[in-house]
Design a protein around this ligand. Structure first.
Ligand SMILES: [Zn+2]
Ligand SMILES: [Zn+2]
Length: 249
């Protein structure tokens, strides 16, 4: 691997999958670790296209909304019955842990492949050479933005957030930022707990982000329109995350 950190978009659709794009899932591959960040519905298919399932070291979920983690019970079945493994680290909020627990029907003699750890905005994770830290976003449930540093390179993920989340200090000068841009500026001011492409761009500008990737567009959203709106408020490179995209830093 030439890059320090490779980020594959398994899916990026906001709230529900589109016909061609699963819900949110990012695969982070570095020299020492392979980590799945969010596992929304539909992400297990493209996960298998990206890696061998045995290569997965950990799963870090951002919050309990179903479009960000509902493939977790499916992955439990995969790693219990079809690719038996134990000791896969799973991280998420207390609410996500509780919901996953409620969906888990334990079977005698079949140990869970997952080792669950509840995290919050004070948590720090070291997964191989990946150093993960978190910040609470502007969203109706406890939602954790993630800053992932590998050998001095920084990738940042806002997860879901309204416009009141500022990350000027937390993710200052990140090499790449994947930012909620669920809607366009025409929908601002309606108390939607997500950002417009314009708001996303303004936050990225304020934090001095190197490369902005818009994500969580709702099905039917026009990637070109989102990109155009962000370009008007941000001077750096802008992309829209789509299933299958690979970004490297
Ligand atoms: Zn979402
Ligand atoms: Zn959400």
């Amino acid at each position: 691997m030439v890059s320090t950190l490779s980020i594959t978009v398994l899916g990026s659709s906001g709230s529900y999958a589109s016909p061609t794009n699963p819900c949110t899932g990012f695969l982070l591959q570095s020299r020492e670790a392979t980590v799945l960040h969010d596992c929304g519905p539909g992400t297990v298919g493209p996960l298998q296209a990206a890696i061998e399932l045995d290569e997965l070291d950990a799963i870090v979920t951002s919050h309990c909304h179903p479009d960000h983690w509902l493939e977790l019970p499916v992955l439990r079945n995969v790693f219990t019955w079809f690719h038996p493994r134990t000791g896969i680290s799973v991280y998420g909020t207390a609410q996500t842990r509780q919901m996953d627990h409620n969906l888990h029907v334990a079977v005698e003699g079949a140990p869970s492949p997952f080792e669950w750890t509840v995290i919050d905005n004070t948590s720090e994770l070291v997964i191989g050479d990946q150093h993960w830290t978190f910040a609470r976003t502007d969203h109706p449930v406890e939602t954790l933005a993630a800053r992932v540093e590998v050998d001095g390179k920084v990738a940042f993920f806002t997860s879901d957030s309204g416009p009141d989340f500022r990350y000027d200090d937390f993710a200052a000068r990140a090499d790449i930022a994947f930012s909620d841009a669920s809607h366009l500026a025409a929908f601002e001011g309606q108390s939607i707990p997500h950002m417009s492409a314009r708001e996303s761009a303004e936050r990225a500008t304020s934090a001095g982000v190197e490369h902005l990737v818009l994500t969580h567009l709702v099905p039917g959203g026009d990637p070109a329109a989102h990109r155009e709106e962000a370009v008007g408020a941000y001077g750096g490179r802008v992309d829209v995350a789509l299933a299958g995209d690979v970004f490297e830093i």
